[in-house]
Design a protein around this ligand. Structure first.
Ligand SMILES: C[S@@+](CC[C@H](N)C(=O)[O-])C[C@H]1O[C@@H](n2cnc3c(N)ncnc32)[C@H](O)[C@@H]1O
Length: 251
């Protein structure tokens, strides 16, 4: 089988030929698309589950997410983008029952399967949202109040023409710096060495972040499904963290 090559553009921005707003729109449209457009033209599909909310088609679920992210709630708030089957959600929540866990996933089937897994594991402190995190977070989160943002084993989108589909992008990194509180953490794990290098570089371009490649790629956290599979096959993984530097206060 031919080796896949991870393509890296030599410009800092993968969508360099578009103006910034067009880049943002295109990138977002690839997964969830604009929420307003989805509400106007999309077709709601029945969604089952105790933990899953559907903030695109049930407007009250967007209010529920806003209330869940209430910054006056003293519990830590952690977000995972792309929880897939929810294995990490259950593992993390069992270890941190006093925190608020908010997961995002764009595939309905995964949301329902994760929901079943959380029910089986008696999880009490998680909400799973069927929506593109990049679209919903700015609507429900007060900037500067998120404690941790987890992005684990995102799709690498190997080819040059697919670079725009990668979750990590200059716009995403800038948004993450706005969402996180001072000292908060963006943590990326991947099993693609070049993706780790590329993401680390993107993080380092954002002056609000202090970036470290972790020696321990598990980062001391429960494994995700993909991470477990890599471990069983003896395949290496990498972790890069970006800590939000303190905002400068103007007198
Ligand atoms: C490779 S899988 C993740 C694997 C899982 N995190 C693990 O480590 O086992 C990437 C997942 O992210 C989801 N995803 C990608 N972009 C997303 C977005 N913007 N918001 C929510 N979910 C997203 C995809 O649907 C997919 O299930």
């Amino acid at each position: 089988m031919a080796m896949r090559k991870f393509q890296i553009l030599d410009t800092p921005n993968a969508l360099a030929t578009d103006p910034p707003d067009a880049q943002r729109q295109r990138a977002k449209a690839l997964i969830g698309g604009s929420i307003e457009k989805r509400r106007a033209h999309g077709t709601p599909s029945p969604l089952k589950g105790r933990y899953v909310v559907d903030p695109i088609f049930r407007v009250q679920d967007e209010d529920l997410l806003r209330a869940y992210c209430d910054p006056t709630d003293k519990r830590r708030l952690v977000v995972e983008i792309g929880f897939q089957l929810g294995r990490f959600v259950a593992g993390y929540c069992a270890l941190h029952p006093d925190e608020r866990f908010l997961g995002f996933e764009v595939r309905r089937k995964f949301c329902e399967e994760a929901d079943e897994w959380l029910q089986q594991h008696g999880v009490e402190n998680a909400v799973l949202a069927l929506v593109d995190a990049r679209e919903m977070l700015p609507r429900v989160l007060v900037p500067g109040t998120l404690d941790e943002l987890f992005v684990f084993f995102p799709d690498p989108w190997w080819k040059l023409r697919h670079v725009k589909k990668r979750l990590i992008s200059p716009e995403f990194v800038a948004d993450a710096a706005g969402w996180l509180r001072d000292g908060g953490r963006l943590l990326l794990k991947t099993d693609v060495s070049d993706y780790a290098d590329w993401a680390e570089e993107e993080f380092r371009r954002q002056p609000a972040f202090e970036v470290t490649r972790l020696q321990d790629p598990s980062a001391g956290l429960p494994p995700t499904l993909r991470e477990r599979r890599c471990g069983l096959r003896g395949e290496p993984t990498w972790a890069v963290q970006a800590i939000r530097r303190p905002r400068i206060e103007h007198p």
